[in-house]
Design a protein around this ligand. Structure first.
Ligand code: IPM
Ligand code: MG
Length: 371
């Protein structure tokens, strides 16, 4: 089959990790007889540098015409340290999510057995964790009215949610819970926030349509604690935009590295796939960035296109790289492999699944012709 993929590598390490994901997609194309055509488009600080706009209209057009979007990372320190900057790279990502209506952000968090001892959390706490975070992505405080008083002494960010915005992601989260362990936890701050009370009311009203799913509620401060005290209690977590941003970074500790967390952002007409990590500017060009989150995002992309065995092949290859320690320094500080070599290994394992152990020896002797 033929598929059109929009490639938005973005800033910092975005291009180098996205290159590895494309390499892996090409291995899939070869083995499973597909054709992926890629159209590159600008977003973020690179887009500002070239066009003055963090999300040029052309980029949006390319995204709209694609079957799926693969996104790298966004952000540059020159903007982080300048609070008065009028144009910021992040505006590109936010506008992209909003313009394409990507309201449902799914962030799976799994404790990879091979990495459990890398986590600062104890094995018995995290082993077996498997959570799917459903983060609302186009509403809430991210998109509310923003004000700074003329004298610069007062600022405000408005937070609002409608029943419609809450309902559409709630249905998707319940449906996912039905396919999994049938438990849904709404994370909110309903003891303080009006928007959170509307979330609770709306979710409760929808719940009877999914009577086989057990529903519970947690305040976000408690949820932040429970996530590291006892992460196994969670199956699907549903939450609003800002809380989802925060708890998904926190949850990444369970997986052993933020460099492993992939995500999908879904709307009625478009779908985008991206690592949850940022642009890691200090690592740019040093070939040390972990490409696995981007590669796993490509697997999510394939699943979205209903290419399940192809997605499985990527996930198996990633697990093999973790098992053999063919990983970057964030996971494997004693014997790190470069971004490129990790990508090569995963692609190679897809093309030659049975040769991997031989290649592994070669890798360690530095002699492999493949890697
Ligand atoms: C994320 C990121 C973004 C967000 C930033 C880069 C705007 O942290 O995708 O989690 O806050 O949503
Ligand atoms: Mg974030």
């Amino acid at each position: 089959m033929k598929y059109k993929i929009a490639l938005l590598p973005g800033d910092g390490i975005g291009p180098e990790v996205t290159d590895q994901a494309v390499k892996v997609l090409e291995a899939i194309a070869d083995v499973y007889n597909h054709t992926f055509t890629y159209t590159h488009a600008l977003v973020g600080a690179v887009a500002i540098d070239k066009t003055g706009d963090p999300l040029p209209e052309e980029t949006l057009q390319i995204c709209r015409e694609s079957d799926a979007i693969l996104f790298g990372a966004i952000g540059h320190p020159k903007y982080d340290n300048d609070p008065s900057a009028k144009v910021r790279p992040e505006q590109g990502l936010l506008k992209l999510r909003k313009s394409l209506g990507l309201f449902c952000n799914v962030r799976p968090v799994k404790a990879f057995e091979q990495l459990i001892d890398n986590s600062p959390l104890r094995r018995e706490i995290i082993s077996g964790t498997d959570i799917s975070i459903f983060r609302e992505l186009t509403g809430g405080i991210y998109f509310g009215s923003k004000e700074l008083s003329e004298d610069g002494q007062t600022a405000s960010d408005g937070c609002s949610y409608s029943v419609e915005e809450i309902s559409r992601i709630t249905h998707l989260a319940f449906k996912e819970a039905q396919k999994r362990r049938k438990k849904l936890t709404l994370v909110d701050k309903a003891n303080v926030l009006e928007t959170s009370r509307l979330w609770r009311k709306t979710v409760k009203e929808i719940a009877p349509q999914y009577a086989d799913v057990e529903l519970d509620f947690l305040f976000v401060d408690n949820a932040a604690m429970q996530l590291i005290l006892n992460p196994k209690q969670f199956d699907v977590i549903l939450t609003e935009n800002l809380f989802g941003d925060i708890i998904s970074d926190e949850a990444s500790v369970i997986g052993g590295s933020i460099g492993l967390l992939a995500s999908s952002s879904l709307g009625a007409e478009n779908a985008m796939f991206e690592p949850i990590h940022g642009s890691f500017p200090q690592a740019t060009g040093k070939h040390i960035a972990n490409p696995l989150a981007s590669i796993l995002s490509a697997a999510m992309l394939l699943r979205h296109l209903d290419l399940h065995k192809e997605a499985d092949a990527i996930e198996t290859a990633v697990e093999k790289s973790l098992e053999l320690g063919i990983t970057t320094g964030d996971i494997n500080p004693k014997n790190p492999f470069s971004t490129l070599k990790v990508g090569d290994f995963v692609a190679d394992h897809i093309t030659h699944p049975n040769d991997t152990n031989i290649n592994y020896k070669n890798v360690h002797m530095g002699q492999s012709t493949i890697i």
